[in-house]
Each structure stands twice: as C-alpha cells, then as structure tokens.
Design a binder for this molecule. Sequence first.
Ligand code: NAI
Ligand code: MG
Length: 502
Amino acid sequence: MSAAENSISPSAAAREFLAREHQLLIGGEWVGPAAGGSIEVTDPASEARIATVSLGDATDIDRAVQAARAALRGEWSRLTSYEREALINRLADQLIANLELLTELEVLDNGMPRMAAQYSIAKFGGDFLRYYAGWATKIHGETIPVSPQDSRNGDSLTYTRREPIGVVGAIIPWNAPLVMATLKLAPALAAGCTVVLKPAEQTPLTALLLGELVRKAGFPPGVVNIVPGYGESAGAALAAHPDVDKIAFTGSTEVGRKIINAAAGNLKRVTLELGGKSPMVVFPDADLERVVPGATRGAFFLQGQNCMAGTRLFVHEDVFDRVVEGVAAMAGSFRLGPGLDPQSDLGPLISAEQRERVAGYVAAGREAGAELVCGGEAPSGKGYFFRPTLFARTNMDMKIAREEIFGPVLCAQSFSDSDLQALADEVNSTIYGLSGSVWTRDIAVAHRMAAMIDSGQVSINCHAAVDPAIPFGGNRQSGWGREFGREGLDPYLKTKATTVLF
Ligand code: NAI
Ligand code: MG
C-alpha cells in the first residue's frame, strides 16, 4: 500500500488551525509582514499544501527586535524571579494542554511519527520549560572579599550580579521544530532575556501555535516575538542586527559559519549547535540484545534527520556480522508511512531536496565500494520517503562516513585492534564531535573509550541520552557552547562586578 492511500486525516482542530491566516507575532500582536510575503507549508508525507504562512523579511525582523528591546526595559524587567518562573510554568501548562494539537501539527509539518512528536514535545518541550522555570529563582552573583584601591579590610564591598544578556535572536531548524523553539526560549526567559524566534521556513506551524500559547500564558508583549522567514533574508537580518545581543543557532555547520561572520558587526554573543557524525562503538562483550535496537533507533530516529544520530557504527570483528544482520533486520521491518498513522515507524524526509541529497550520498557510497546491506532507495508513491539504509564495509576515507548526511543512512565498519587509542583516533577522524556511544560490559573499557571520544556527549550502553539537565553541545565543528542544564543558562547571562569603597 502506498503512503498516500494509507494516510490518516487530520482532526477538526488541526484542520481549523491549518486554514487560519498565519501572521507574525511582534510586540504581542499578530501582524502582517511588511512586504506581504508568504510561504506554502507542505505535508512531506503527502506532498500536499496544507497551510499558508506569512513570511517576514529584514524589515519585520527589525520591528521584532525593536519590540524585544522595548520589552527588555518594560514590565518584564520589573517582574520578580518568582513571577518569571510562574509565567514559564504557565507556558508549559499551555503546551501540555495543547499537546494533541501540537503533536498533530508537528507531524503534518515535519513528517515525524506521532509517537516521536508527542514524546518529544512533552519531554523536551514541557520538561524543558519546567526545568528552566526552576532556574529563574536561582540566578545570583557572589560577594568577593578583596580590598581594592588600597582600602582597609572591611572598608569595601565587591559583589557580582548576573544580568540578562539582552535581546536574543533564536534561529532554529526543521528537524524537531517545537522542541528547538522551547529549548531556545526556556533558558532565555529564565534569565530574563527577550527573544526574536525565527523558525525554519519548512516548519513554521508549531512555533506559530506556541506564539498563541505565549500570549495565553500572559507574557508581557514583546518578550517573545516569532517571525517565520527564509534563512538568507530574515535569518541573516537577525544574525547581523546591531541591536541583538546574542544569537542562539541550531542548524548546519555551513550556516553556523555565516552566523559568526554576521555577528561580527556588533560582536554579539553566539552559541551554535551544528552538525554531527556520531559514532556508536560496539565491543565484542556487549549485550547484543541491547546493541541492535539501541543502534538501530540511534541511527534512524527522526529518519536520521537528527544532529545526534549515530551514523557510524564501529563493531568489533567478532560480532560484526551479527550486529549488522540484526540492525538490517530491524531497519527492514520498519514501516514507512505518514506520521499520523499509528502503524508508521518512520515518516518521510522533510523535502524532495533532502531526499535527493540523501540519494546522492547513497550513490556515492555505492561508487566508493561500500556494501549496501539494506535500503538504499525511495519507495514508489507520494511523499518524500526513503528506506532506512545500512552500508557495511565502509571506511573513513569514504564521503558517506565523513560527511553529515542527515537522513536514514548508517555506515558500519569493523575493528580488530585492541589498541583503544588507535580506535579512538579513527572514531575521531571527522570534523564533528557532538554525540557518541560505547557498548560494552567492561566498565574500564567503557569509561576509557568514553573519555577518548572527542565529543560533547558520550552515552554508555545507550545512544544519545538526553535530558533537560544534561549539558549538550558540540566539540570542533559541531558547535560553540553548551545548551541544556545549568551550563545552558550561562550564555543568556552577563556578569557585572560592582565595588563600593566606604
Ligand atoms: P540550515 O542550516 O540552512 O537551516 C537552519 C536554520 O538556519 C533555518 O532556520 C534557516 O532558515 C536558517 N538559515 C539558513 N541560512 C541562514 C543565514 N544565511 N543566516 C541566518 N540563518 C540562516 O539547514 P538546511 O538548509 O535546512 O539543511 C541543510 C543541512 O544542514 C542538512 O542536510 C543537515 O546536514 C544540516 N542540518 C543540521 C541540523 C542540526 O541540527 N545539526 C539541523 C538542520 C540542518
Ligand atoms: Mg540551508
């Protein structure tokens, strides 16, 4: 049965939302874009147009930045930290109260299976907001017992304050749209910043519903502004804007470089969550009953369109064939279909363009002599589907093993070396360093290998353990800075030292 025949219709609430006029949220009001631009939103499972959304450009970004600047000096700055906490918690309540609709819109907009959408929105939307709401009351400076300017001990006081960094520009991708939005908003709001959020042009819908929920939660106008638009216009304008104090970006390494250049004008702060090519390293004593499903999900969650995806599988030669067979069997059993269908294990890719890109990598893998074990093609019919693909006998000279594909393609290679450092050097031989996993029952090997993997995060006997409290971010060209956890708050704060001589 083709994907289209199998499709499940959206609920009345979702249809009503899709049919609305979708404007920009600026200064607490829904407003039309200055230039009147719009974009058609597509359901990647059916290729059907499902909504029309206003697109902002540089002029709208400027309006939004001005609104955010004004809000930074207004009522928002006078709220107590308890009131900020309560507002963020109220937004979390709104999100959970609208979980069903958000889930459906996310599925229709991005293509991900319903279960993935629901879980990620509740866990990383709701929990993220609540986690950072709790930080709002725990931000404080220190007193420093020094005696500057030759003052006598006790004749001076030095203290630090932690102040909001100011106006934050958040630029997010399409692969987990609502979660990306909340993970930028939550720490920014906890710190007392104001935000201009630019969702990805492919997936603006849940961010727009979130805008409505921000209003319902009762945030003062201008604290959160939402301007969908293209990267090269709205995104670039936000990154370059002289009155933006910080950019929080998630997306490609290529655009990350552009953000840094654009930010140079006013030396705004920048944090970047960029690409990955994360390894999963399986030792011969590992519990293969856990390795096979763990590695398969690690590779193909969100159709592999996920920066943490385990895309390189390093398996000891003694168990290589068994692991490869197991992963191929599980991947081959996944049902591809529209995310709204509860039977679907994998949804479509985001766009025809992304599917072509993935197909191009698969062709390159074949040409380079990698062994195609399963997948490797798009099924017939509507929708941007691509079968989960496993290549064996890959090596780190191959393009498919070095570059981020951002699709359902897993590269497996075997190792025999008992020299952990040599293995780690091979594992670390990409420009990326975001996530990674080690699978073994030997705790010494597990921790040694985890220490040797050059990435911001390593999981042992699971892949990409994520929680709002666990710091997350990339080494090398996977990014700058960390999000999540206490560390994730720091980029939204600046320290002021104040000294008084009595
Ligand atoms: P992208 O990096 O172009 O898009 C991410 C966000 O940046 C979007 O909101 C986009 O509008 C914005 N953007 C694009 N150009 C910009 C510019 N010059 N200035 C400011 N903002 C800009 O990613 P794209 O084109 O959607 O995907 C291409 C590849 O990037 C993917 O195949 C994947 O390899 C990688 N990628 C990685 C992600 C990650 O989470 N690590 C997320 C999305 C894409
Ligand atoms: Mg792009």
